[in-house]
Design a protein around this ligand. Sequence first.
Ligand code: KIV
Length: 257
Amino acid sequence: MNKKIKKLIAKKNRSKIICLTAYSKNIASILDKHCDIVLVGDSLGSVLYNYKSTRQVSFKTMIEHSKSVKLGVKKSLMVVDMPFNTYRTSKEALKNAKTIMSKTKCDAVKLEGGRKIYKIIKNLIKSKIPVMGHLGVLPQSAKSFKFKGKKLIERNKILKEAKLLEGAGVFSMVLECVESSLAKLITKEIRIPTIGIGASSNCDGQVLVTDDLTGLNPINVRFIKRYSNLRKIIEVAVINYKKEVKNLNFPKKKHSY
Ligand code: KIV
């Protein structure tokens, strides 16, 4: 098993796991110093390209962004989302996961789903591709983004699927918008780390979209906390630059040849 993955699993019940998304080199290099996992999420579809759904994200786009992210990642575990329609069969998943691993040099791939993709995940892991699972709200197939785990039948299904994914050999799983007590139960019942987003502090770790927490992506969703207002910071820089150019205060002699 990859050393970084071993180290990550060992954090369960010891220390909270920190995960954030990156779509390019400069952000990745900042995250790398502080995160256990850097995720190239297909959320880049809505965050960067204004797509209505992550279903529109292409394989090529994920590869190109991941190659850029890799340039900034040295110590963290780098995970890449397999985009929609790239893992419909075991054969398709294996071919595409191998391409992602070899072209981007990432450590693992992430797939959304439980029972339906159990065999596909199992086959990837048998073929030595490390896989991170993703349960709860599944943006690639979701009809609604309402949190999961209110009804008993849904709770039982998600818990069963978490155990199924653990049995398939995933090294960790994202729980997206899963009700707090269910996230707690899953985290207690499985031996691999759960990474929550909108799933309370009961998970072993936490993931957010970096553009959301920095305030670069101006959206308001219950599970997001904004830690800075990067839009404002960038805007002030742009305004000052514009002012200095207009006033002939930039460039000065020292910026010229
Ligand atoms: O695509 C993504 O960024 C994700 C995280 C939100 C977990 O899957």
